[in-house]
Design a protein around this ligand. Structure first.
Ligand code: ZN
Length: 397
């Protein structure tokens, strides 16, 4: 292993070893964010941190999800380099991770917070999503300092909180913090794809009357599977252009019987689509399936929704990141979209944003799964793509 790989993996391992899970109630990002702030400082950046409660207009913003969630000790960390009066590229990643799937015993290679390298993969919670991204922020800053790169423009590095359960909250905080960025590179994604758009949508919950037995719910779920498959097939032709290969294109509504004993319908909407009308269609489907029990079920849809957004594939930011990718990997970048991502908040407010990450989205060790892992060559190639994109942005007029 080269020295650069060694030191990158050291940082990524440090980050994994500091638990920072977030859940529906809150999150414990404080310790990992303190580590990140230290690293940013020692790389020579101007560093500041803020809590959600310090950002005016956040808690009552229409896109703020669950304002009663706990926001104590969950600082966002910002590092800036370059002239303060120049336009900035914002480079960000999120410091929180999902939990251990509530069952650490599902981890077979190592424990979630004990990073381990095996078969050229680094294992641990967040190895892929998204401590890889946070490690990139630190190492891009270090490289800029070590190489004495002239900074004609400003760079803002942000390690955010509350991505996994917060809809757009972490990104909304950055938007409201008014960083003066003209473009954003979000180091969170998968499979080396360049993500320029996201679907909208939300989750509809169907809560049965008390003491509905499990068998009845299993039977209901299978009816929902059939109906959702039909609706998804009807909608398939809507997914064209950059939406063609979207992971949700074949299943734009899917039901799941939750452990807590209710049925959740995950649904996705496209730009220019009437989301409210689709929600009504789903309610109608649910009422048909439930028949005369419908009124005994409590139906609700999470708000706020993810909003569908798409950056023009010809936007200079897309060309910049695609160019960096091609230069590092000797192949053209795949420019596509993702189902749900908090980057929608930036695009919604006119900040061009491309998201990118190298980790696996499927198979053993995929993001959010037990034995989460990242291939070391992928991790380093991904870092080089991000680093190169930042250098190219600095160099371009
Ligand atoms: Zn992520």
């Amino acid at each position: 292993m080269t020295q650069a790989t060694d030191t990158f993996l050291e940082t990524l391992s440090d980050l994994i070893a500091i638990p920072s899970c977030s859940d529906a109630a809150g999150g414990n990002e404080a310790a990992v964010q303190a580590y990140v702030a230290d690293q940013f400082r020692s790389a020579g950046a101007r560093v500041r941190t803020f809590d959600a409660t310090e950002i005016d207009g956040f808690l009552d913003h229409p896109l703020c999800y669950g304002p009663d969630r706990n926001y104590r000790d969950r600082p966002t960390v910002i590092a800036e380099v370059g002239p303060a009066d120049k336009p900035a590229l914002l480079v960000l990643a999120h410091s929180d991770t999902v939990s251990m799937n509530n069952n650490p015993a599902l981890w077979t290679i190592t424990e979630p917070f004990v990073p381990l390298i095996k078969d050229n993969r680094l294992y641990g919670r967040g190895a892929n999503d998204d401590k890889w991204g946070v490690a990139c922020l630190i190492h891009i800053l270090r490289a800029l300092q070590a190489d004495g790169v002239p900074l004609r423009k400003r760079l803002v590095f942000a390690s955010t909180v509350d991505e996994e359960n917060g809809v757009g909250n972490g990104v909304l905080l950055l938007h409201l913090a008014d960083l003066g960025a003209e473009a954003a590179l979000y180091l969170d994604g998968g499979d080396h794809e360049l993500l320029i758009g996201n679907l909208g949508g939300s989750t509809m919950e169907l809560h049965p009357p008390a003491r509905t037995d499990h068998e009845a719910l299993v039977a209901l779920e299978s009816h929902f599977v059939d109906a959702c498959n039909r609706i998804s097939a009807e909608r398939r032709p809507l997914f064209s252009g950059p939406w063609q290969d979207n992971e949700a294109a074949d299943r734009s509504v899917t039901p799941r019987l939750m452990e807590e004993g209710y049925i959740a319908l995950y649904f996705y909407t496209l730009p220019d689509e009437d989301g409210a009308a689709f929600e009504q269609q789903l309610e109608g489907m649910a009422r048909d399936i439930l028949g005369n029990q419908a009124d005994q079920f409590r139906m609700s849809t999470h708000t706020p929704w993810f909003e569908p957004t798409l950056l023009d594939p010809g936007h200079p930011l897309v060309n910049l990141v695609a160019g960096a990718y091609a230069a590092v990997r000797n192949e053209p970048a795949k420019v596509t979209t993702v189902s749900k991502q908090d980057a929608f908040v930036f695009r919604r407010y006119g900040l061009p944003t491309v998201a990118y990450g190298p980790g696996p989205t499927r198979g053993h060790g995929a993001y959010h799964q037990p034995d989460e892992a990242i291939d070391i060559d992928d991790a380093m190639a991904g870092f080089q793509v991000a680093h190169r994109a930042v250098l190219d942005w600095l160099g371009k007029d």
